[in-house]
Design a binder for this molecule. Structure first.
Ligand code: NAP
Length: 468
């Protein structure tokens, strides 16, 4: 398995000259890829796990809802990979800004892209651009303390909000609806930044309507997440009985799919619920799609069209319209992957074309380039789905290393030294530990387990303070 060093002679990877792999994106897919690389001993490897943020964990930190502490605890498991001596976390480094992709590739033998699918899909309807209309990605970034969140925009959208419409019936839509329905006391134990808790405390939402453009048998949320809505301290879940009367083919689907059958059982248990004074109404509405957002200066309502599901499972409009008052509309209709400078993505799917994780450029395998996670398969599955996905990619990489097709021009020089020489400020695992400790200490000042530091400068200040 030759790696061709700078003098052109092919040598197999060894402890002295391991196969150098850069993994771009330190979320679950990247960490599982690093784990799969280090859990085998056929090929000596050294992994640089690069992230744009000074913090690891990707969507585990900035996606999984902060009121899901058990799910977020997966970071303790993921941390074991960061602690592996064969893995070097290199945070606060942006490909295309601190170093180009071509330059990165000159420092390693192979790259695995695992940077996810960060942007939101649009509805393509009138009024979508009004103030008070947000993407779930914007709201989630803000409440999880993502350094790039647009705080002013989100807080302006939340000011004085009473009526919320959430578009989409996936798990992200349920996360958003649930978080908005929680009381300040319920959120206190999360690691949300303090300004997020303060804003929510000043935003006593009264009505939340979640719109599914198709029926309950086609909803993509999972039963566990659905059932959780029942446990909200100060919100009542409402469902219209008429939405649960299914066409014969939807009944068949329900009978054949355990998740659908369970969802329907949970939903049917809620049809007798009635609004209760003083409690937030969380209304799940199906066969309803937004036709346009209403308002002049900002959103005031949503015109909703009743739909039916056609023989191909598509939502078709019936022309029957009604208006829902809304001062905030959150679209939660899926994510989309963007190109990295120098790495094209397919415009329609928002994913990098690949074959078993091997990147395809112009339809041909591009030696030394691999892909895993959402940017490989699209935004689907749970955190654990990335484990299997990353293993497939790493198996391709190791097979290429074994048959000699993973040849590089040189792969010389240390990446971190190169970055520092360019004035970049890479954050390594000990630096991340300093951030971790600073967040724990900040939380303790208010009797919380942790408070997320939400500004890049504050994250870097924690690193610098520890180095001094
Ligand atoms: P998703 O599951 O794909 O849901 C997207 C929703 O948006 C669907 O209901 C879809 O309806 C709807 N939609 C799409 N375009 C629309 C339009 N133009 N108008 C109205 N509705 C539209 O995506 P997601 O909720 O963003 O979740 C992404 C992934 O993360 C999923 O795999 C999810 O399970 C996972 N996740 C898991 C958890 C958890 O495990 N707790 C939490 C969050 C996210 P159609 O079906 O009709 O297209």
């Amino acid at each position: 398995m030759p790696v061709v060093p700078v003098d052109g002679t092919a040598t197999p990877p060894s402890a002295d000259r391991p196969l150098r792999v850069a993994v771009v994106g330190a979320g679950p897919a990247g960490i599982y890829a690093a784990d799969a690389l280090t859990r085998q001993d056929a090929v000596p490897v050294a992994v640089d796990l690069i992230d744009r943020l000074p913090t690891p964990f990707g969507l585990v930190r900035h996606g999984i809802a902060p009121d899901h502490p058990k799910m977020r605890a997966i970071r303790d498991t993921l941390h074991r990979t960061l602690d592996d001596p064969l893995v070097r976390f290199v945070g606060n480094v942006e490909i295309g800004k601190d170093i180009s992709l071509d330059e990165l590739r000159r420092h390693v033998d192979a790259v695995i892209y695992t940077y996810g699918a960060a942007i939101d899909r649009h509805l393509g309807i009138d009024g979508e651009g009004l103030p008070g209309s947000l993407a779930a990605t914007e709201l989630v970034a803000w409440y999880t303390g993502h350094p790039d969140a647009d705080r002013a925009r989100v807080e302006a959208a939340l000011a004085g909000v009473r009526d919320v419409v959430v578009v989409g019936v996936g798990n992200v839509a349920l996360d958003v609806a649930r978080v908005l329905a929680r009381t300040p006391a319920e959120l206190e134990s999360t690691d949300m930044p303090q300004h997020v808790l303060d804003t929510f405390a000043a935003t006593p939402v009264q009505r939340i309507t979640v719109l599914g453009r198709r029926g309950p048998a086609q909803a993509s949320f999972t039963t566990q997440e659905l059932r959780e809505l029942d446990g909200l301290e100060a919100a009542t879940v409402l469902v219209d009985a008429g939405d649960l009367e299914l066409a014969p083919d939807a009944e068949e689907r329900a009978a054949a799919d355990r998740n659908v059958a369970r969802n329907l059982t949970v939903l049917r248990g809620w049809v007798d619920h009635v609004p209760e004074p003083g409690r937030t109404r969380l209304h799940l509405r199906f066969f309803a799609r937004p036709a346009r957002l209403l308002g002049e200066e900002r959103v005031t309502g949503v015109e909703v069209e009743r739909t039916a599901v056609d023989g191909d499972g598509r939502a078709v409009g019936t022309g029957e319209l009604d208006v829902l008052p809304a001062d905030l509309v959150v679209r939660s209709v899926g994510y989309f992957g963007t190109p990295l400078p120098g790495l094209p993505v397919d415009e329609r799917s928002g994913t990098v074309p690949h074959e078993a994780g091997r990147v395809l450029r112009d339809g041909k395998t591009s030696p030394g380039e691999y892909v895993a996670g959402w940017i490989k398969r699209g935004p689907s599955g749970v955190v654990g789905t990335n484990k299997h996905d990353a293993r497939e990619t790493v198996a391709s990489l190791l097979a290429d290393a074994a048959d000699g097709s993973l040849r590089t021009e040189g792969a010389v020089g240390d990446l971190v030294e190169e970055l520092v020489s360019r004035g970049a400020e890479p954050v390594l695992v000990d630096d991340w530990r300093a951030i971790d400790a600073a967040e724990t200490a900040l939380g303790a000042t208010r009797g919380r387990a942790r408070t997320t530091l939400h500004e890049r400068e504050a994250l870097l200040a924690a690193v610098r303070a520890a180095v001094r």
